[in-house]
Design a protein around this ligand. Structure first.
Ligand SMILES: *[C@@H]1O[C@H](CO)[C@@H](O)[C@H](O)[C@H]1NC(C)=O
Ligand SMILES: *[C@@H]1O[C@H](CO)[C@@H](O)[C@H](O)[C@H]1NC(C)=O
Ligand SMILES: *[C@@H]1O[C@H](CO)[C@@H](O)[C@H](O)[C@H]1NC(C)=O
Ligand SMILES: *[C@@H]1O[C@H](CO)[C@@H](O)[C@H](O)[C@H]1NC(C)=O
Ligand SMILES: *[C@@H]1O[C@H](CO)[C@@H](O)[C@H](O)[C@H]1NC(C)=O
Ligand SMILES: [Ca+2]
Ligand SMILES: [Ca+2]
Ligand SMILES: [Ca+2]
Length: 941
């Protein structure tokens, strides 16, 4: 975004939100529209999967909630990641209003129908390609961006006024007609006034089914509205004060055409559902659910970053051994990871990243790791970590294994930026190096630790993320690995996380609620003692092995684990040590919270945009908080607590509905802080309500710098891609150091320093180039950092871009019926029918990628035609009691077609001819088979 536009958008933040509203109320807003569609389609997918897999499915009660849908999908542990996906998608949707308020194409204003559809169809290609590469984060980002114009179409155009009852399916495809769009010179509206604006669209426009949409402008007396055209309308739209006056938008119930708001919003939900169905068709049901954050088992990723240099040979064998045991014990249980990620690093190489959902594949990969090379002692650990941080889902836990310091220390601030942005927990397993000299009489192998400064770097990163830096001997490694990884897959919540560096005597408190089980304390540090006090006043000291508060304890290297007795209430932990230490209290509980820092705009129309940067130090700020694991819970307090002290800033909490809460604080602490939340859930009949407390693992750094950049674009391999950014400071100006790093090793060009004056912003650009052979659907994470003179303050912006090769295939595969045989008669269960179909993608097509059965419970087989790999042969046979079948046919770029065949004379209701024909052009032919039966073939997108 250019700075001019950025300034304009800042201005707009204070004036309006375009499209369906953003804040809760009686009207439906983008957030609710998107969430309803996602919940609706996810339910359909889970029901279909249950049917296909022969498992039970119970439809959740209306209105659907993320919690209830996750349970219905047989994935209660995914409730949190499902919630997170929904929030992420909706925030990206809302961002379009804040960042591109004046770009008519993003809102289907000003008759920008072709441009608006291009945004949608290009976005759909990117979503499908990203899903194919399992880059679900990138897919979600694009999905949010695409939903916005799609939903606005129904509010800003006259589709509803034309009497349409179904969404305009042609907005999802680029090879069809959107409709009869009004000519540039054609008048579409007459002036209207206040309450009497129902009939301001000209009769010939309505009767001729001509599409139009409103003009919009914020600058008084300057209108770009051509003569006779409709306006958007509303207090902010200045074009609506110029003839023809009034507007046609249906954004809210009190908008110009507010009487049609509900119809428009319902169509927007249906259209979003249709978009999601198209994406589902291309992806397949399981990958679609993964995009939504729903998976069987724990929904978490198990993510390893492993040093594979020669010195690590023993350790690698240990890691392989221990993780095999852990993975085996988790397969098929609710703790089974949804995703396995492995990043090897060496010197001078690192990667490639291996990502799989198959535990067998992961074990094979880990077992086949071999240790070699590495040259000098230091290795590229941070490069490996950076790759893992940009590829693992947000809120993951990463385990890094090494016995050496980082050679790429310059990545420290980038790694911290990525930790903050993804709220990922990073644990370091640092094994001691075998000593070069070994005394003959010593049966114990000698070990030497890595350099103190190297260890400190890992401790700093662990602490920033709320993880542990565990230092152990090679013989202690197996125990350490099993303690720390076995806990990673269950639904752990953080009750307390604190660190003191340098160490000092300090007391910490945490609250245990009724929902918490497996209460565990992790401590890292050396020569420390502690005293634990339970809510009822019982105490136990660290040297006391007979007390009743600690039910089990284990100590390896600098790492102590305590299992505590469960007692509800406030606990105290007094730590005594002069050495630095970390303390973390975790438990298993379904109740947790998610949050993002957001930027809130004041003025008549409020809106919020998720920050991709550090929040600004010392000034007011906002968070969007979502409670998970409860439909009835409320947030009672949110505080930003200084990490190295006890000062805290409490926010004002305002419910947004649907488990979302907007929290506004007067002042973002000027130092590193964590987010602590208190809440309350109904304890059920007869029981008192449950008071709970949770804390972020991640430590956040504020900044006095503001850095902005825009990510709503797609990279094309081989073409230079420019990202504009700007840097601003409240503090002293000077020469700021700029670093731009990306996780794919793409070449990039950027200024290494920028001169920034206090109070002003300076622009720069980063030009990235993806190599020609980069596959479509690859994503790249670009981190742009700005460091103030003297290095005291840094800020960053983390951006993710999708890479898409130019697509020329816009048509779905087609089916051709080869034969259909049936001898069905009265008693259908005694007879079978069968058909064979050939599926092809045309000479210009990318080819058939997938054929699956969408409807019908017969047996389907597919094979490639002999001598022609572009043709897929499908044979199907089913009982005569199951007279309908529908194939889902998908080509390599994700164009989805369906082919419906039936033995009935009339197709069943959902496929009835009249319904579908209004949605898209159909190929429909009826053939008499055996003189008795009719066959209808519908090629529906
Ligand atoms: C729910 O999604 C289905 C497709 O999965 C769609 O046919 C239906 O219209 C949607 N319901 C609503 C209320 O939009
Ligand atoms: C793992 O290590 C244990 C103990 O060292 C050993 O008994 C076992 O055979 C190893 N398992 C594998 C799969 O290597
Ligand atoms: C507590 O954790 C252990 C080990 O992770 C597990 O075996 C046990 O089932 C858990 N207890 C409960 C009550 O879930
Ligand atoms: C633990 O240490 C404290 C002093 O730090 C001492 O007073 C106490 O007797 C010790 N208790 C045990 C059980 O050793
Ligand atoms: C931000 O500016 C204030 C006042 O100039 C200063 O005290 C503070 O240290 C700065 N914060 C950072 C993170 O540099
Ligand atoms: Ca090494
Ligand atoms: Ca090395
Ligand atoms: Ca095709």
């Amino acid at each position: 975004m250019s700075s001019g536009l950025a300034a304009l958008c800042l201005l707009l933040l204070h004036t309006r939100a375009q499209g369906f509203g953003i804040l809760p109320g009686d009207s439906l807003n983008h957030l609710e529209i998107t969430e309803r569609a996602i919940l609706n389609v996810t339910v359909q997918v889970c029901r279909a999967l249950a049917q296909a897999e022969g498992t039970d499915f119970t439809l959740p009660a209306q209105p659907f909630t993320a919690e209830a849908v996750a349970v219905a999908c047989g994935a209660p542990k995914s409730a949190k990641s499902f919630r997170q996906a929904i929030t992420f998608i909706t925030l990206r949707n809302i961002r379009v209003d804040i960042r591109y308020a004046l770009n008519a194409s993003f809102h289907f204003d000003e008759e920008m129908f072709v441009q608006g559809r291009n945004i949608i169809t290009e976005g759909i290609l990117a979503i499908k390609a990203s899903n194919k590469q399992e880059n679900f984060e990138a897919a979600r980002q694009k999905l949010g961006e695409v939903c916005h114009p799609l939903q606005d179409f129904y509010s800003h155009s006259n589709w509803v006024e034309l009497g349409k009852k179904l969404p305009n399916s042609n907005l999802l495809r680029s090879d069809t007609s959107i409709g009869n769009i009004a000519d540039e010179g054609r008048a579409t509206c007459r002036s209207c006034d206040g309450d009497d604006c129902r009939n301001n669209i000209l009769e010939d426009i309505i009767e001729g089914e001509v599409l139009t949409s409103g003009y919009f402008g914020v600058v008084p007396l300057v209108s770009t509205k051509p003569k006779g055209k409709c306006s958007h309308g509303g207090a902010v739209d200045q074009t609506s004060t110029i003839d023809p006056k009034g507007g046609i938008n249906k954004d809210t119930l009190d908008a110009s055409h507010g009487y049609l708001h509900t119809d428009a919003a319902n169509l927007a939900i249906a259209a979003t559902s249709e978009l999601l169905e198209d994406i589902r068709g291309a992806a397949g049901d399981r990958p679609f659910l993964q995009m939504m954050g729903i998976s069987k088992g724990s929904s978490k990723a198990l993510c390893f970053v492993i040093d594979t240099t020669k010195s690590m040979s023993d350790d690698i064998a240990t890691v392989a051994n221990v993780t095999s045991i852990i993975i085996n014990s988790e397969v098929g249980t609710e703790n089974e990871p949804a995703l396995y990620i492995l990043v090897p690093f060496n010197d001078p190489d690192f990667g490639p990243l291996i990502k799989t959902t198959d535990p067998k594949v992961f074990k094979t990969v880990i077992n086949s790791l071999s240790a070699s090379g590495g040259g000098d002692e230091e290795e590229l650990s941070l490069s490996g970590l950076q790759l893992a941080l940009t590829s693992a889902p947000s809120n993951s836990e990463i385990f890094l294994f090494t016995d050496a310091g980082a050679k790429d220390k310059y990545l420290k601030s980038t790694v911290i930026a990525l930790i903050e942005r993804t709220q990922t927990v990073v644990n370091f397993m640092i094994s001691m190096l075998p000593s070069r000299r070994r005394r003959r009489d010593d049966s114990q192998q000698q070990h030497s630790r890595i350099k103190e400064s190297d260890a400190q770097l890992y401790r700093d990163l662990a602490q920033a993320s709320g993880g542990q830096a565990i230092e152990v001997t090679k013989s202690e490694l197996p125990v350490a690995i099993s303690i720390i990884t076995e806990s990673s897959s269950s639904s752990l919540v953080t009750l307390l996380q604190a660190a003191r560096s340098p160490g000092k005597t300090d007391s910490f408190s945490f609250i245990v609620d009724e929902t918490v089980i497996n209460l565990t304390v992790y401590i890292t540090g050396r020569s420390l003692t502690f005293t634990l006090t339970s809510p009822s006043g019982a105490t136990q000291q660290s040297n006391d092995t007979t007390g009743s508060l600690i039910t089990a304890s284990q100590s390896v290297g600098n790492f102590i684990t305590l299992r505590l007795k469960i007692e509800v209430g406030q606990w105290e932990m007094k730590m005594v040590s002069n050495n630095s230490y970390t303390l973390k209290v975790i438990g298993q509980s379904p109740i947790d919270f998610l949050f993002d820092f957001v930027e809130i705009s004041q003025g008549p129309f409020k809106g919020f945009d998720a920050l991709d940067t550090r929040p600004r130090a010392g000034v007011n700020g906002s968070l969007l908080v979502t409670l998970t694991g409860t439909d009835s819970g409320t947030v009672t307090e949110v505080a930003l607590v200084e990490s190295s002290g006890s000062e805290e800033v409490k926010g004002v909490v305002e419910s947004q509905g649907g488990g979302n809460f907007l929290v506004q604080v007067d002042r973002i602490p000027p130092v590193v802080f964590v987010v602590r939340l208190k809440g309350q859930v109904d304890g059920g009949t007869s029981k008192a309500s449950i008071i709970f407390q949770r804390q972020s693992s991640t430590n956040f750094r504020p900044s006095n710098l503001t850095i902005t950049a825009d990510s709503n674009s797609i990279l094309i391999p081989g073409k230079p891609f420019t990202v504009s950014f700007s840097v601003m400071t409240d503090g002293t100006g000077g020469n700021f150091t700029i670093r731009a790093t990306n996780n794919r090793g793409f070449s990039s060009v950027f200024p290494t320093s920028l001169s920034v004056e206090a109070g002003n912003s300076t622009n720069g650009t980063v030009t990235l180039s993806a190599p020609l052979n980069t596959p479509s659907g690859t994503d790249v994470t670009l981190t742009i950092e700005a460091e103030a003179p003297g290095g005291k303050d840094t800020n960053y912006v983390v951006l993710r871009f999708s890479i898409i090769n130019t697509v020329t295939d816009f048509t779905q595969p087609v089916c051709q019926l080869l034969s259909l045989q049936s001898n069905c008669s009265a008693n259908c269960s005694l007879f079978m029918w069968e058909l064979s179909v050939q599926v092809s993608d045309g000479v210009e097509g990318t080819g058939v990628d997938r054929v699956s059965l969408k409807l019908g419970n017969g047996t389907m087989n597919t094979s490639l035609a002999a001598g022609n790999e572009n043709i897929t042969l499908v044979s199907y046979s089913a009982s005569c009691c199951s007279p309908d079948m529908e194939l889902l046919v998908v080509d390599r770029v994700g164009n989805v077609g369906t082919c419906f065949y039936t033995l009935r004379e009339k197709p069943p209701a959902p496929f009835s001819f009249s319904t579908k024909v209004t949605q898209s052009p159909l190929l429909c032919l009826s053939i008499t088979v055996l003189g008795l039966l009719f066959l209808t073939e519908l090629g529906i997108q």
